[in-house]
Design a protein around this ligand. Structure first.
Ligand code: CP
Ligand code: NVA
Length: 306
């Protein structure tokens, strides 16, 4: 039976633990010059309807290093842009490729592909979620702090796709997560409702960034206007006043706080230049870990499908 990765609520705690352990091991082996050719002859399709640097290149290099092949398709270059139904495209691609990673605006499109495909479908970012990002981010937290349990993680910014996946992860893993968003850009109530169904979560919501970062081990931010929201930026800049992650805000956090951002960043908006270039910022580790985590995800989904 094929499995998909559309949101982190698709995973159990053991699945998370296995992916963290596997990605860390694959990273260590790669550093020793060992290339694990785990997916020879397999093909990953990528259909992206939004821009990407990290996620695309991390998936493509992951697949090549695993001995397989990636095929990148901009949605505009496929018949999807001429209204071929998703359910038809999904059934056709299932006859050619072994796994499909998708980046779309509407999350329901990825769900529709998953429903109609006989191959695993991976969410490589939608308007609603960015699950692969948070898997590699928690891997980065484990590398720097040796654990994720009892680590206080503060989100400061928009109630967007990235924080939605943090909330999903927190609900499954029992993360200590505090989320600060302006009232106009708060997290969708459906995301909170879905999280509260799971046990052991410790998720706090606030509109006060200072409260969120107090004694935080990790401070995470992201752009104030995600892809598709750019037209609202000038309006948002007003609502997000006081939400910039800068030295003054960070003075309330622990001295060894990790500053995280999925990137790309807008310096001078959600993060100040000096914090961006500070030694506590671990963006490049986050970006590097995407490739190793993508390998672990591809291995688990493609080999489980056999
Ligand atoms: N963090 C992230 O998903 O980056 P890209 O948009 O460059 O893929
Ligand atoms: N929230 C951002 C993340 C980019 C990786 C966006 O959706 O544009």
């Amino acid at each position: 039976m094929k499995k998909d990765l559309l949101s982190l609520l698709d995973l159990e705690k053991d699945d998370f633990e296995n992916l963290f352990a596997r990605a860390i091991k694959l990273k260590e082996r790669y550093a020793r010059g060992i290339f694990d050719k785990l997916l020879p002859g397999k093909t990953l399709g990528l259909i992206f309807d939004k821009k990407s640097t990290r996620t695309r290149v991390a998936f493509e290099t992951a697949m090549i290093q695993l001995g397989g092949h990636p095929i990148y398709m901009s949605t505009q270059d496929t018949q999807i842009s001429r209204n071929e139904p998703a359910r038809d495209t999904a059934r056709v691609l299932s006859r050619y490729i072994d796994c499909l990673a998708m980046r779309t605006f509407d999350h329901s499109l990825v769900e529709e592909f998953a429903k109609s495909s006989t191959i695993p479908v991976i969410n490589a970012l939608t308007d609603s979620f960015h699950p692969c990002q948070i898997l590699s981010d928690i891997m980065t937290v484990i590398e720097h702090k040796n654990r994720y349990k009892g680590i206080k993680i503060a989100w400061v910014g928009d109630g967007n796709n990235v924080v939605n996946s943090w909330i999903n992860a927190a609900s499954v893993l029992g993360l200590d997560l505090i989320v600060a968003c302006p009232d106009d850009y708060a997290v969708d109530s459906q995301i909170i409702a879905a999280a509260s169904v799971k046990e052991k979560s410790n998720i706090i919501l606030t509109n006060d960034p200072k409260e969120a970062v107090k004694n935080a081990d990790v401070v995470y931010t992201d752009v104030w206007a995600s892809m598709g929201d750019e037209d609202e930026l000038s309006k948002r800049i007003i609502s997000f006043e006081g939400f910039q992650v800068n030295q003054e805000l960070l003075s309330g956090a622990k001295d060894d706080v990790l500053v995280m951002h999925c990137l790309p960043a807008h310096r001078g908006e959600e993060i100040s230049e000096d914090v961006f270039e500070n030694k506590n910022s671990v963006f490049w580790d986050q970006a590097e870990n995407k490739r190793h985590m993508h390998k672990a995800i591809l291995e688990s989904l493609i080999l489980a499908d056999k």
